[in-house]
Design a protein around this ligand. Structure first.
Ligand code: IVH
Length: 702
């Protein structure tokens, strides 16, 4: 069982193990191997299930390496549930089709209070007229999975497939470290069990993943669900491991007890089962689920929860209400499509429809031509959408999008809006095919498309649009953050020949600018200060700002961490680049190409002579940031910062975002309409509660 007490004992164990590792001598290999596994499994649980790390990364790595080494020396001691067995060897050739022990059914859907009341009425017909106890939990928007454990060992993991048969993806699921390779089901007399759940990718990870795709000129994945299900079927398990997937288990579909043993109480209710699974080390919704009596309370809860969906770190598309007692569930049974004892309550879809009026073709900083749909403005989850990127020609052809179409637009949370499909039934024949240009709409050069790529590109690096976009990117918020150097100013300065290249930003003639119409003393001063301040930006921002192909924010951070000085990249080898996290041959090639170009090196030397920081020292945003070791949680609506911005701010300074309010939390930042989290935090003395202003003040001075 996993709990705090075992944590304390394991802390002692890990200290002893680290000491032993320091001496390099193991007297009792069998015992050390056992202890190492116990400590690593416990640490995985704290990190991946509880969001509350127990060991420093380096300590964890040392323990893991030692275990690998001892197992190599004592191959007979390797067990299938050793943490080392998560390490995949080679690629998956195929995912064999497997039968589920019990069909994986779907859920019936409800959309309002009436639907829920009607369902409750039907439930009471089965079980007698009384208030039924219901569990309410999130409806996770990921990819369904099924796990089988036999004699405590994970023996098979599969996708949902068609519900009757799925695909065996055991090795990929082993990469998700919140899924235990073994669990003490035998302590509950269980011989075999099949459990179901959902694999998800959290919103931050999803954003990081899409930023990288955008940097590689790939269309971003539409939503976290697609990212999760795509990740599960990748042929390289190592890649699956890098995606940061999480698994929530929410249903037990099959249970077989050891011979002669009786069913323990834990398995009499849905809540009891999830609680038992939690104690065995699984991630379940037990901490966030609600158990209530009677449908009225269910309805109240469903209504209030919808406003809180954005507070969760992952996407949910509704709630699931389940009859708690298994005895009642059994009375109700199933249809061929869904169980009668469960009901999904779906939130309003974050979709809208609008008319596509025209398509513009934008030239990006690397010359990529992006078709942008201009639509009649339409409100969608908090913003008004009027422009939607369609990424490339293939997307337009695959979806058969035409000018004049009524289109369905979707946007979940912070996800960029995208066109789901045209509503073809509404066509009247006047819709026009979208004609892709053959020449660059800005410089007129012929466009090219490289084999295997879906994007058309203008390869004239002096194309005005590209130069302007490169400059705009350099100064943009996530790059050097030069607030007053937006697109309009860059274009204007470029046309007036006041600004032609990146070093030129630091040599602007403010005298001339102050004579331009619309530029007062204050705006010139602001611009000058913003440019001056940008010289001390951390190295990763400069790397990202350079606009090297395929180098997004994540890769830029990886590079900045690995090198002390940007110029070290001048002599870098491909081998060294490939040894870094998340860098593959394509990205490495682009980096090598950038740093072998003499014009680029001259530009960097110029930037250095102009005083731009190129070193990692003095970088305030590295892992040892000012907030390192502290945990934060945001609740309610903040007056100026978006939730994602506030979280990024914390992470960029080394702080961590907590999953829930607990005694481990250091700061709760509460905005308007902060609800239960604020109440809970008030009850815990050690949690400091701040408003946005106090938070901003604190991170400034920390
Ligand atoms: S219970 C026999 N609980 O939604 C009933 N399903 O639209 C088993 N889902 O196929 C399902 N969150 O993949 C259940 N808390 C939750 C869920 C959940 C998401 C998925 C599941 C199901 C689909 C139906």
């Amino acid at each position: 069982m996993y709990n705090k007490e075992s944590g304390i004992k394991l802390n002692e164990k890990s200290r002893a193990l680290l000491k032993e590792i320091a001496t390099g001598i193991t007297s009792n290999a069998a015992k050390t191997i056992n202890d190492l596994r116990e400590v690593i499994n416990y640490s995985d649980w704290r990190y991946y299930v509880k969001d509350d790390p127990a060991l420093a990364d380096q300590e964890y790595d040392r323990l893991f390496e030692w275990l690998k080494k001892l197992e190599e020396q004592h191959p007979e001691s390797v067990t299938p549930d050793s943490p080392t067995q998560r390490v995949a060897k080679g690629l998956t050739k195929e995912f064999p089709t497997v039968d589920h022990l019990v069909p994986m059914l779907s859920l019936d859907n409800s959309y309002n209070a009436e639907d829920l009341s009607e369902w409750d009425r039907r439930c009471r017909e089965f079980v007698g007229d009384r208030d039924i106890e219901y569990c309410i939990e999130p409806k996770f928007d990921g990819a369904g999975i099924s796990l089988i454990y036999e004699n405590d060992l994970l023996t098979r993991g599969a996708t949902r497939g068609d519900g009757v048969q799925g695909e065996d993806i055991t090795m990929n699921l082993k990469q998700i470290r919140s899924i235990p390779l073994s669990a003490k089901f035998s302590s509950l007399s269980v011989h075999q069990i099949e459990i179901r759940g959902e694999v998800l990718i959290n919103k931050n990870k999803f954003k990081q993943f899409n930023d990288q795709r955008l940097a590689e000129n790939l269309p971003p994945l539409a939503n976290p669900r697609n990212a999760a299900s795509g990740s599960l079927r990748m042929i390289d398990p190592k890649e699956v491991g890098k995606r940061g997937l999480e698994a929530f288990l929410y249903h037990m579909s099959y249970l077989d007890f050891q011979e002669g043993k009786r069913e323990p109480e834990a398995f009499e209710t849905h809540y009891g089962t999830l609680n038992a699974l939690s104690q065995l080390g699984f991630r379940t919704p037990v901490d966030i689920m609600k158990v209530v009596k009677g449908i009225d309370k269910v309805i109240d809860y469903c209504k209030t929860f919808e406003n809180k969906r954005d507070e969760l770190p992952y996407e949910i598309d509704g709630l699931v209400v389940k009859v708690n007692e298994y005895a009642l569930q059994d009375k109700m049974g199933m249809t061929t499509h869904h169980p009668r004892w469960a009901m999904a309550y779906k939130f309003k879809p974050r979709q809208a429809s609008s008319k596509l009026r025209k398509v513009e073709f934008q030239v990006g900083r690397t010359g990529t031509i992006t078709p942008v749909a201009k639509i009649d403005p339409v409100p969608l989850s908090g913003v008004t959408v009027s422009s939607i990127s369609m990424f490339n020609e293939d997307v337009i052809r695959e979806k058969d999008i035409r000018v004049g179409d009524t289109i369905l637009v979707e946007r979940a949370g912070d996800v960029i809006p995208y066109i789901v499909k045209p509503l073809t039934d509404l066509r009247n024949g006047s819709e026009k095919e979208i004609v892709f240009p053959k020449h660059c709409p800005v410089c007129g050069d012929k466009l090219v498309k490289e084999p295997g790529e879906s994007a058309w590109r203008c390869v004239n690096i002096n194309c005005e649009a590209q130069v302007v976009e490169r400059l705009v990117h350099f100064g943009s918020k996530d790059a050097m953050d030069i607030r007053n150097l937006g697109e309009a100013n860059v274009k204007r300065f470029y046309e007036l020949k006041l600004l032609r290249d990146i070093p030129g930003i630091y040599q602007l003639d403010f005298e001339k600018i102050s004579q331009l119409e619309g530029f007062g003393k204050k705006s010139v001063d602001n611009l000058r200060t913003a440019i001056e301040n940008s010289k001390q930006q951390p190295l990763h921002r400069l790397i990202f700002a350079l606009g090297i192909r395929f180098v997004g924010e994540t890769t830029a951070k990886t590079l900045a961490k690995a090198f002390h000085d940007l110029m070290e990249l001048k002599n870098i080898t491909e081998e060294k680049l490939l040894s870094l996290e998340d860098i593959g041959p394509k990205v490495a090639g682009a980096i090598l190409q950038f740093f072998s170009n003499e014009d680029n090196i001259r530009m960097l030397e110029k930037l250095r002579s102009l005083g731009i920081n190129m070193k990692n020292a003095g970088n305030k945003e590295t892992a040892s940031g000012t907030l390192s070791g502290l945990t934060f949680l945001f609740t309610g609506t903040l007056p100026s910062l978006k939730r994602s911005e506030a979280e990024t701010l914390v992470e960029s300074k080394g702080g961590k975002i907590a999953g829930s309010v607990s005694s481990k939390l250091n700061y709760l930042i509460a905005g308007e309409e902060a609800g239960s989290k604020l109440e809970k935090a008030k009850r815990i003395n050690t949690v400091k509660i701040l408003n946005e202003e106090e938070f901003l003040q604190m991170i400034k001075t920390e």
